[in-house]
Design a protein around this ligand. Structure first.
Ligand SMILES: NC(=O)c1ccc[n+]([C@@H]2O[C@H](COP(=O)([O-])OP(=O)(O)OC[C@H]3O[C@@H](n4cnc5c(N)ncnc54)[C@H](OP(=O)(O)O)[C@@H]3O)[C@@H](O)[C@H]2O)c1
Length: 591
C-alpha cells in the first residue's frame, strides 16, 4: 500500500443524477460504480460482458444492502472494440435515459499483443481512445441538456513516455511496441479531455467540465497481457516488485470519484489530476496543435461525418409510443397504394407491469365498442434473471401472466363482439420443460433462462386450451381460442442470447439456423390463419403450426395442469371477485 494516496472526501449525494461508467465489471471502474451507487445515483454499467457485469452488480448490491438511500444499477452492453457496438449502445442510452450527468471513460486495455479492433484500429488506441471519443461525441447532446455535468477520462502516467505517431496511428507500417501503443492511447486520453474543454468553451457551452487523470498504480486485472508481451511470468514478477506501491482498487478509484463528484473541482475543466489534485501532464499533452490534430484525426477515423455534437439538438428519449409510431408509419407507407386498408391506433401497454395492462384494458373498454380479434403476441425469450414490476419472473410475467390478465379484462367486451377469436402465440419450446407450481417465479430454485422461457410458453398453450374449456362451461358461443408455434423466425427475439448462453451465441445460432429461418412475414402466417381463416373458424382450444392443427406436448394436454395454472394465474394477477365469463360489458364511455 503506498504511503500517500489521495482520497475523495466529498460527501456529495447523487440522488436524481445519472452516471455512466465504461468497463466497470472489475478494477477501478467497479469501485467507481459502487461509490456512485452509494451516493444514490442511477449508474449505467457499460460493459462488453453482461454476464460479468451482472456478477459485479450483484456483488455491489450485496455489499451495500444495509446502506440507506442507495441508487440503481443498470447494465448495458458496450464493446469498445467495435464502433457499431458503441453506436448501438449510445443510441440505446439516448432512446431511454433522459439525462447523463456524469460520464466516466474508464475502460482500458494495457500492453496487449498486436491486434486490431473490428474497425481496423490498433487495439489500445481503438479501445482506450477512439471508442471513448465516439461515445462522448454521440452522448454530448444529451449531456449538454443535463448540466451541471462532468466528463472524466481515465488516462495514465504512462502517457508521458512516448508520443503520438500521426503518420501511422495504427501501426500499419511500423513495428508494434505494446508499451508505446499504450502510452500513445493514454496521451490521446489527456489531449482529448483538454481539447474537449476548449471546444466546449469555443461553443459557449457552460456547465460541462472535463477531467483526465492518472489513477495511480493499482492492483487490478489491467496487467493481464504482460506475460504475453513482456516475458512469461512478467505479471507475477512485476506484481511482486511493485507490491509495496500498489493501491487497492478502492483507493485507485478515488481520483476518478473526486473528478466526478467533488465540489472542490466543480469549476475546473480541461485539467489533469493525480491523487485528487491537479498535476501537470507531459509537455506533449499540453501541446494545443497536437490536441487539435488528434481531434480532427479522431473525427475522421470514427466517421463522425456531418454530425456536430456541440450544436446537434438533443433528440430526446424515445417513448414506447414513438417506437410504435415508427412501425405504424412504416406499415402505412408500405400499404399506401392498396385499396380499402383499415386504420391503426396506437396505445401504450407495458406487459412487465400489471398496472400498465389494467390501464390499457380500461382505455380500450372506455373507447372501443368491439374487439373481434385479440392476439397475445408479445414475448421475451431467454433474458437474464429479472423480475416484472409485480415481482414475477420476467418471461412468465410478460409472456403469460400479463396476457392472461389482459384477456380476462377484455373478455366482457369480446363476449359482446362475437364472432371473435383469441390467438395466443406460444412456441415449440414449450415441450422442453414443465411448470414448477411450487416455485413459478424462481424465488427458491436456480434460474435457467431456457427453462423459464419454456415454462412461459407451455403456460400459453394451457391457458388457450383452458380458456376454450371455460367458455364452453359457461355456454358462451362465438369465441374461439387458438395457440400456435410460429416457426423459427429471423426477428429480434434472440436479443438476450449472448447474455444467457455465451458471448457470440446470437451470431453463431443465427448462422447455423440461417437456412431454416423464416422471414417475419412468413412467421406471422399461422397467427393470421388462426385470426382470420374461415377454415378454422369452428375450431377452438387447439394448437397450430404452419397453419395446421398439430399436437402440443403431453403436458400441454394435461387438464389438471391447465386448471391448476388457471387458478394460480387468477391469484397472481389479483383478479379477485371479477368473473370475466359473467361480468356485464361496461360499454364504452360517451364524451
Ligand atoms: N491499474 C493500474 O495500475 C492503472 C494505472 C493507470 C491507469 N489505469 C487505467 O485505469 C482504467 C481501468 O483499469 P483497471 O486498472 O481497473 O483495469 P481492469 O481491472 O483490467 O479493468 C478494465 C476494464 O475495462 C474493460 N474493457 C477492456 N476492454 C474493453 C472493451 N473492448 N469494451 C468494454 N470494456 C472493456 C474490462 O472489461 P473485461 O473484464 O470484459 O475485459 C474491464 O472492466 C484503464 O483505463 C487503465 O488504463 C490503470
Amino acid at each position: 500500500m503506498p504511503l500517500f494516496s489521495g482520497r475523495c472526501l466529498s460527501t456529495a449525494k447523487l440522488v436524481g443524477k445519472t452516471a455512466l461508467v465504461t468497463g466497470c465489471n472489475t478494477g477501478i471502474g467497479k469501485e467507481t460504480v459502487m461509490d456512485f451507487y452509494k451516493r444514490g445515483a442511477k449508474v449505467i454499467m457499460a460493459c462488453r460482458s453482461l454476464e460479468r457485469a451482472e456478477e459485479a452488480k450483484t456483488d455491489i448490491e450485496n455489499r451495500c444492502k444495509d446502506l440507506p438511500d442507495t441508487g440503481k444499477i443498470i447494465l448495458a452492453k458496450c464493446d469498445l472494440t467495435s464502433l457499431k457496438s458503441v453506436r448501438d449502445f449510445a443510441q440505446n442510452v439516448l432512446d431511454t435515459e433522459p439525462q447523463i450527468n456524469i460520464l466516466v471513460n474508464n475502460a482500458g486495455v494495457m500492453m496487449c499483443p498486436k491486434s486490431e479492433t473490428e474497425d481496423g484500429f490498433e487495439m489500445q488506441l481503438g479501445t482506450n481512445h477512439l471508442a471513448h471519443f465516439l461515445l462522448t461525441m454521440l452522448l454530448l447532446p444529451r449531456i449538454r441538456s443535463s448540466t451541471p455535468a462532468r466528463i472524466v477520462t481515465v488516462s495514465s502516467k504512462a502517457h508521458i513516455r512516448y508520443g503520438i505517431n500521426f503518420d501511422d496511428l495504427n501501426y500499419k507500417s511500423r513495428n508494434y511496441n505494446a508499451a508505446e501503443a499504450y502510452s500513445q492511447s493514454k496521451l490521446a486520453n489527456v489531449l482529448f479531455s483538454r481539447e474537449l474543454a476548449a471546444k466546449l468553451k469555443e461553443h459557449n457551452i457552460e456547465g460541462i467540465s472535463t477531467y483526465s487523470l492518472h489513477p495511480g498504480l493499482i492492483k487490478t486485472e489491467l496487467g493481464r497481457h504482460l506475460n504475453e508481451t513482456l516475458f512469461w511470468g512478467a505479471r507475477k514478477v512485476i506484481g511482486f516488485v511493485l507490491a509495496p506501491f500498489l493501491k487497492t482498487p478502492e483507493l485507485g478509484a478515488q481520483t476518478t470519484i473526486y473528478c466526478a463528484v467533488d465540489e472542490k473541482c466543480a469549476n475546473e475543466t480541461g485539467l489533469y489530476y493525480s491523487d485528487c489534485v491537479v498535476t501537470s501532464p507531459s509537455p506533449k499533452a499540453l501541446n494545443d496543435e497536437y490536441a487539435k490534430k488528434l481531434w480532427e484525426k479522431s473525427v475522421e477515423l470514427v466517421k463522425l461525418g456531418d454530425f456536430n455534437p456541440f450544436t446537434a439538438a438533443d433528440p430526446g428519449v424515445k417513448t414506447l409510443l414513438e417506437r410504435a409510431e415508427e412501425a405504424k408509419t412504416d406499415i402505412e407507407n408500405r400499404c399506401k397504394d392498396l385499396p380499402d386498408t383499415g386504420k391503426i391506433i396506437l396505445a401504450k401497454c407495458d406487459l412487465t407491469s400489471l398496472k400498465s395492462v389494467r390501464d390499457f384494458a380500461q382505455n380500450v373498454l372506455d373507447t372501443e365498442p368491439q374487439i373481434n380479434i385479440l392476439v397475445n403476441n408479445a414475448g421475451v425469450m431467454m433474458c437474464p434473471k429479472s423480475e416484472t414490476e409485480d415481482g414475477f419472473e420476467m418471461q412468465l410475467g410478460t409472456n403469460h401472466l400479463a396476457h392472461f390478465l389482459l384477456t380476462m379484462l377484455l373478455l366482457p367486451r369480446i363476449r359482446s363482439s362475437t364472432p371473435a377469436r383469441i390467438v395466443t402465440v406460444s412456441s415449440k419450446a414449450h415441450i422442453r420443460y414443465g411448470i414448477n407450481f411450487d416455485d413459478l417465479n424462481y424465488k427458491s430454485r436456480n434460474y435457467n433462462a431456457a427453462e423459464a422461457y419454456s415454462q412461459s410458453k407451455l403456460a400459453n398453450v394451457l391457458f388457450s386450451r383452458e380458456l376454450a374449456a371455460k367458455l364452453k362451461e359457461h355456454n358462451i358461443e362465438g369465441i374461439s381460442t387458438y395457440s400456435l408455434h410460429p416457426g423459427l423466425i429471423k426477428t429480434e427475439l434472440g436479443r438476450h442470447l449472448n447474455e444467457t448462453l455465451f458471448w457470440g451465441a446470437r451470431k453463431v445460432i443465427g448462422f447455423v439456423l440461417a437456412p431454416f429461418l423464416k422471414t417475419p412475414e412468413l412467421g406471422a402466417q399461422t397467427t393470421i390463419y388462426c385470426a382470420v381463416d374461415e377454415k378454422c373458424a369452428n375450431e377452438t382450444g387447439l394448437y397450430y403450426s404452419d397453419c395446421v392443427v398439430t399436437s402440443p406436448s403431453p403436458k400441454a394436454l394435461n387438464d389438471e395442469y391447465a386448471k391448476k395454472l388457471w387458478e394460480k394465474s387468477v391469484e397472481l394477477v389479483k383478479l379477485g371477485d371479477f368473473n370475466p365469463f359473467t361480468a356485464a360489458d361496461p360499454g364504452v364511455k360517451t364524451l
